[in-house]
Design a protein around this ligand. Structure first.
Ligand SMILES: Cc1ncc(C[n+]2csc(CCOP(=O)(O)OP(=O)(O)O)c2C)c(N)n1
Ligand SMILES: [Mg+2]
Length: 352
């Protein structure tokens, strides 16, 4: 029997404006990534470009549930997560273009999408790295006696990394307020979940071995994500206990823009079927039309405004300067640590 998640208290409490905001945010992410992709393909930027197109509901729904003591941290597939966190399109786009106006002054590109002012601790390149950092952030919350939760996004390919299992063990043992969100998009690069993970039918159920609560979520559904996040958030904030959630999702594009064979390991039919029936933007728009929150025109306007914002961000990024070569000696650990007490004692975190 399927549950009507729209009636869950967290969803029943959503105002019309909040529902529209959720659609707007998903469209902003998609527009941002489409425009970035166009510029990448035109040769205007280099490095990696790793898109979240198809997975937008997850970061947007998570952000909509966050409070002032909550944090996010994710993998490289995290441009949408940064935008959902509140990073401006201009800062994000300029970072991808390697410009001084980017959020990391163009030093990181796809690897530099950090927004600490929004409590978003970036996209991490080594699969699973963020899971240990998330445990650390959660430990920090506990140490500071703050009631909050750390939302840690990871891919299905990261669940077999040792660091994830070490993190789960410590999260349970130390009772840490961390929520691991496995974005199961079916593939790690070109390897399917079936070929990479030995399971009893789900990745999240492994959490039981660490005495951690877990659940499965349809990652295309804003209502379901929000409804099932609620108990995990309470568990983190009230009981200071971890949770593992596995969200089914799909990436419509390749692993990265350099993934020329995006149909080699999956059929065109599979991708088309997912796009037709599991596009979170289409699904949420249909819900809002059904509930008479928006009509076709309203949805079109949201999309138009999102693309205008993304194109303006790209213009801003292209016309921004790069850092001068001399800047190589600034914003480095040495500069931060040199001549500080922490630099001589090594005690950065816990005072004296
Ligand atoms: C420790 C480590 N091994 C290998 C890689 C190369 N690599 C980059 S992404 C990736 C697959 C990630 O798949 P998944 O976790 O499912 O995330 P998705 O790309 O689907 O979002 C691999 C193997 C890496 N970044 N880190
Ligand atoms: Mg994956």
């Amino acid at each position: 029997m399927s549950t009507d998640h729209s009636q869950a208290p967290v969803n029943a409490a959503l105002t019309r404006e909040a529902k529209i905001h959720l659609l707007r945010e998903m469209h902003r992410i998609r527009a941002f990534e489409h425009v970035a992709l166009q510029h990448y393909q035109a040769g205007h930027m280099g490095g990696f470009l790793i898109l979240q197109i198809g997975q937008e509901a997850i970061p947007v729904a998570v952000r909509s549930m966050m409070g002032p003591n909550d944090h996010t941290i994710c993998s490289l597939r995290g441009m949408g997560t940064a935008i959902a966190a509140g990073m401006s399109m201009r800062e994000g786009m300029a970072e991808l273009f390697g410009k001084a106006t980017g959020c990391a002054k163009g030093r990181g590109g796809q690897f530099g999408l950090y927004a600490p002012q929004h409590r978003h601790w970036g996209g991490h390149g080594y699969a699973g790295t963020q899971t240990a950092l998330a445990a650390g952030l959660a430990f920090g919350l506990k140490h500071q006696e703050k009631r909050g939760a750390v939302f840690c996004f990871l891919g299905d390919g990261a669940v077999n990394q040792g660091t994830f299992h070490e993190s789960l063990n410590l999260a349970s043992l130390f009772s840490l307020p961390v929520i691991y969100l496995i974005e199961n998009n079916g593939y790690a690069m070109g390897t399917s979940v079936q070929r990479s993970s030995a399971t009893h039918g789900s990745l999240a159920s492994r959490a039981a071995g660490y005495k951690i609560e877990w659940d499965l979520i349809n990652g295309d559904s804003i209502y379901e994500i929000r409804a099932k996040l609620q108990p995990a958030i309470e568990r983190a904030r009230r009981d200071q206990r971890p949770t593992v959630l596995e969200l089914s999702t799909y990436r419509f594009e390749g692993f990265s823009v350099a993934d020329a064979n995006k149909f080699k390991y999956r059929t065109k039919l599979e991708v088309e079927e997912r796009y037709e029936n599991h596009d979170p933007l289409k699904l949420w728009a249909a819900k809002l039309m059904n509930e008479n929150v928006l009509d076709q025109d309203g949805i079109r306007r949201i999309k138009t405004v999102a693309y205008a914002e993304a194109r303006a961000a790209a213009d801003f990024a292209r016309s921004s300067p790069r850092l001068p070569p001399a800047a190589i000696m600034t914003d480095i650990y040495w500069e931060v640590d040199n001549a500080t007490a922490a630099g001589t004692t090594g005690r950065h975190l816990f005072g004296s």
